[in-house]
Ligand binder design. Structure first.
Ligand code: PLP
Length: 379
C-alpha cells in the first residue's frame, strides 16, 4: 500500500497525545455543567479556569481577557461583529486586509448590514498589507499575523500603531502562529492588538474550539445570548472537553521550542529535493521573504492546482490549494488574486509540514510532486 504523506498541517493537525490524555476523563467519567454549583459542576468550572490560565499566560494577557469560542472563525466573527454592534458612534468604517481568511473577509456582508463600510486593504505580492492612512472614522483595522496560504509574516505591530494613532481598534488573526512565530514566542503585547483570535486544531488540539483575546476595556457585544457564560460574552454551556484539550495542546506546544526548526528541516528538504528534480516551470517564493517554518507555497506554470492535487491525492500526498474551507470547490484563491497572481491564482499549491514530518517523507513527497507535475505538463 502507498505510504500516505500528510502535508497540510496549516489546514489541521492530528490531536497530540497530551490533549487526548487531558480530554479522556471529560469524555468518560466527568460530565458536570460548569455553571452548576455542586461538586461535579465546580470541577468542570475549575477545569475551564485552569485552561484559561494556560491560554491567557501563553498569550501574555490577563486571565479575564480570554473568551473561549467554538473556533477561530467564531472568535474573528465575535471580534468584528461584536465591535460593530458595541460601537454605535461616528466610526463606521472597517479596514480589512484583502488576504485575510474567509472568517474575516466574509464578515463583510453582516458588517454592512450593521451600517459599516468595509474596505479592503491592498496587499503586496506576498500578501502583506500595504496600509493606507487610517482616518478618524475607522472603527477597526484587521490584519493577520501570518497568512494561511503563503505562510508569509506581517509586521502587524506597525499596522496596530497606525490604527491606534487614529483611535481605531486592531484585530489580529493569529490562528497560524499561536503560540510560536518560527522559534519565537509572542504575546498580544508584541502584536499591539486589542483583539486576537486563535484556534486549537492548528497546534495539536481538538477541532471546534478557539479563543478570542479581548483587551481589558475593549467594548465587544456578545453574539450568542443566553446564560452568563464567558463573562456574558459568549453564552452556551462550555465545551469543557475541547477547552481542556486546547489548553493541554498549548502547554505541549510551549514545551517544544524546537518544533519550528524540525518543521523547517522537513520543508527545506522538500524544497531542495523539488529543485533537484528540475521540474520545469516551478515557481517558489523567494527565500528572503519571511515565511512560517512549516510553509511552502509554489506553483508549476500551466499546471492547475486542482489537477495536481487530485493526482497527488491518488499518489498518497495530501496538500491543499489554500484555505481548507474552500477545498471541494477549488476556485482561484482570493488571497492569490489579491496578491496580483491573476490567471496564475488557479495554480497555487500549499504544502505545510508538521513537527513530526521526517526529512525522508518530505523527500519522497517531493518526488511524487515532481512526477505529478511533469505528467500533467506532458499530458
Ligand atoms: N484564520 C486562519 C488564518 C486560519 O488558517 C483558519 C483556519 O483555517 C481560521 C482563521 C479559522 O479557524 P477555525 O478552523 O478554528 O474556524
Amino acid at each position: 500500500m502507498t505510504q500516505r504523506i500528510y502535508l497540510d498541517y496549516a489546514a489541521t493537525t492530528p490531536l497530540c497525545d497530551e490533549a487526548r490524555e487531558a480530554m479522556m476523563p471529560w469524555l468518560s467519567r466527568e460530565f458536570g455543567n460548569p455553571s452548576s454549583l455542586y461538586e461535579e459542576g465546580r470541577k468542570a468550572k475549575e477545569a475551564i479556569d485552569a485552561a484559561r490560565e494556560v491560554v491567557s499566560s501563553a498569550l501574555g494577557c490577563l486571565f479575564g481577557e480570554v473568551v473561549f469560542t467554538s473556533s477561530g472563525t467564531e472568535a474573528a466573527n465575535l471580534a468584528l461583529i461584536g465591535a460593530a454592534i458595541a460601537h454605535k458612534g461616528e466610526r463606521r468604517r472597517v479596514l480589512v486586509s484583502a488576504a485575510e481568511h474567509h472568517c474575516v473577509v466574509n464578515a463583510r456582508s453582516l458588517l454592512e448590514r450593521l451600517g459599516c463600510a468595509v474596505e479592503m486593504i491592498p496587499v503586496d505580492e506576498f500578501a502583506r498589507p500595504l496600509m493606507p492612512p487610517v482616518a478618524d472614522d475607522v472603527l477597526l483595522v484587521a490584519a493577520m499575523h501570518a497568512n494561511n496560504e503563503l505562510g508569509t509574516v506581517t509586521d502587524v505591530a506597525s499596522i496596530a500603531r497606525a490604527a491606534h494613532e487614529s483611535g481605531a481598534l486592531f484585530l489580529c488573526d493569529a490562528v497560524q502562529t499561536f503560540p510560536w512565530l518560527g522559534d519565537e514566542r509572542w504575546t498580544v503585547g508584541d502584536l499591539a492588538a486589542d483583539l486576537v483570535c486563535v484556534s486549537a486544531h492548528k497546534l495539536g488540539g481538538p477541532k471546534g474550539v478557539g479563543a478570542l483575546y479581548i483587551k481589558a476595556g475593549t467594548d465587544v457585544s456578545p453574539l450568542a445570548l443566553g446564560g452568563g457564560q464567558e463573562r456574558e460574552l459568549r453564552a452556551g454551556t462550555e465545551n469543557v472537553t475541547a477547552i481542556v484539550g486546547f489548553a493541554a495542546a498549548v502547554s505541549a506546544s510551549i514545551n517544544d521550542p524546537e518544533q519550528g526548526s524540525r518543521k523547517a528541516m522537513a520543508r527545506n528538504a522538500f524544497r531542495r529535493a523539488l529543485i533537484e528534480h528540475e521540474t520545469p516551470k516551478l515557481h517558489l517564493l523567494p527565500e528572503d521573504v519571511e515565511t512560517l517554518p512549516g510553509h511552502l507555497h509554489l506553483r508549476f506554470e500551466g499546471v492547475s492546482a486542482e489537477s495536481l492535487l487530485i493526482l497527488l491525492d491518488r499518489t498518497g500526498v495530501s496538500a491543499s490549494a489554500g484555505a481548507a474551507c474552500s477545498s471541494g470547490s477549488i476556485e482561484p484563491s482570493h488571497v492569490l488574486l489579491a496578491c496580483g497572481w491573476a490567471e496564475a491564482a488557479g495554480e497555487g499549491v500549499r504544502f505545510t509540514f508538521g513537527a513530526s514530518t521526517s526529512e525522508e517523507e518530505a523527500i519522497l513527497a517531493a518526488t511524487r510532486v515532481a512526477d505529478a507535475a511533469k505528467s500533467i505538463a506532458l499530458a
